[in-house]
Design a protein around this ligand. Structure first.
Ligand SMILES: CC(=O)N[C@@H](CCC[C@H](N)C(=O)O)C(=O)O
Length: 376
């Protein structure tokens, strides 16, 4: 697909970010692009707001899977793009507009240059939450069209264009969302002794949560608790009856996840007693760690060094989460970081990745998948 067309697709997608399982316009846009491909070679099936696209091979012995996530984030864009989000309060701040565009570029390559094996594209909803990978892979469609190997990329703002970073084994952390609701007794701001103030309870709990990782997790086994949002109360002169903390837990090991949750629950029980309130904990969605299949990952890294102008780096594991972890739990595969060189990072309102990365990634993955698709 020509460069200008891919650039336009990325900008069109950037304008219409939608959150998990609400990607209706995105799905329609992708289906429109797909309908412009000659259809002798491709089969398309939708699943919820996601799409499976099978590019049939000429002499297939296996199916190579390529996954792109399609959802945006609830964040107000602050870039100076002239193609800013048209959905107020939402933005493609995690690069999924890039991920989709790159997938379409690779798909277009294999429609025009068919290879022996089938290539299956999974345009997957709800990566940011509540998680689309696991149900998509367990869907009826995936029972017929299950890939033998699967790969995916994630943009990396910190790396220059033309760089790939990955590692065999553990790449991304185990994650669990965290929602804590506190309910006390509200009242007049001037009569605190007649109330149980949930703003004070919430602030104290946030401070206590900082001790969980520091004092319960082996320093050599990383973990993170981030509270990204606090809400509570109604107005400045009413003592708050309710407060809510929203956050996420990240751990490199499953054991640490269990331990961290146990400690959070103990602290929450303490706040119930100490502040005479009721608390509920909801862990929302949980993602399995991304564990790259070692042989495939090493082969991919060697392939890049030997056959492309890309620089390939072995990176450290990251505390980011990815529901792609469920895919590589079931199917041999790997994920890698793609350099896109942005001064602002992932989940930032000013994320501005370099579009040149789209073109080099399409070329890279077309080459790599061709190599895998002709390997017996
Ligand atoms: C790559 C990336 O940024 N992924 C997200 C996944 C979020 C999972 C879930 N909503 C949670 O917050 O636990 C991330 O924040 O790492």
């Amino acid at each position: 697909m020509i460069k200008e067309k891919l650039g336009q697709i990325r900008r069109d997608l950037h304008r219409i970010p939608e959150i998990g399982f609400q990607e209706f316009k995105t799905q329609q846009y992708l289906l429109n692009v797909l309908s412009q491909f000659p259809n002798e070679r491709i089969e398309i099936k939708t699943w919820k707001t996601g799409i499976f696209v099978l590019v049939n091979g000429i002499n297939p012995t296996k199916t190579i899977g390529y996954r792109a996530d399609i959802d945006g984030l609830p964040i107000t864009e602050e870039t100076d793009y002239d193609f800013q989000s048209e959905h107020p309060g939402y933005m493609h701040a995690c690069g999924h507009d890039f991920h989709m565009t790159i997938a379409l570029g690779i798909l277009s390559h294999f429609v025009e240059n068919p290879v022996d094996d089938h290539v299956l594209f999974l345009f997957q909803p709800a990566e940011e939450g509540p998680g689309g990978a696991e149900p998509m892979l367990n869907s009826e469609v995936a029972k017929d069209w299950k890939p033998d190997i699967v790969t995916a990329l994630h943009i990396s703002p910190e790396l220059p264009v033309g760089t790939v970073a990955t590692k065999p084994g553990l790449l991304f952390a185990n994650t669990s969302e965290l929602f804590i609701d506190l309910k006390g007794k509200g009242g007049h701001a001037a009569y605190p002794h007649t109330t149980n103030d949930m703003v004070v309870a919430a602030c104290s709990l946030v401070t206590q949560l900082q001790t969980v990782v520091a004092r319960n997790v082996d320093p050599l086994d990383s973990a993170v608790i981030t509270i990204g949002k606090i809400t509570g109360g109604t107005v400045q002169n009413i003592i708050a009856e309710n407060a809510r903390l929203e956050g996420t837990i990240r751990t490199l090991s499953v054991q640490s996840m269990d331990k961290v949750k146990e400690r959070i629950e103990a602290l929450v029980r303490g706040v119930e007693i100490g502040y005479s309130c009721k608390a509920t904990i909801d862990y929302g969605s949980m993602y399995h760690q991304v564990f790259n299949e070692e042989t495939l990952t090493m082969e991919f890294m060697e392939f890049i060094s030997a056959n492309t102008d890309f620089t390939v780096q072995e990176c450290k594991e990251a505390m980011t989460g990815e529901d792609f972890g469920y895919m590589v739990e079931q199917i041999p595969g790997f994920m890698f970081w793609l350099g896109v060189d942005s001064s602002y990072g992932l989940h930032h309102a000013k994320l501005m990745p370099d579009e040149e990365a789209i073109h080099v990634a399409v070329e890279l993955m077309s080459k790599y998948i061709t190599f895998k698709a002709t390997q017996k």
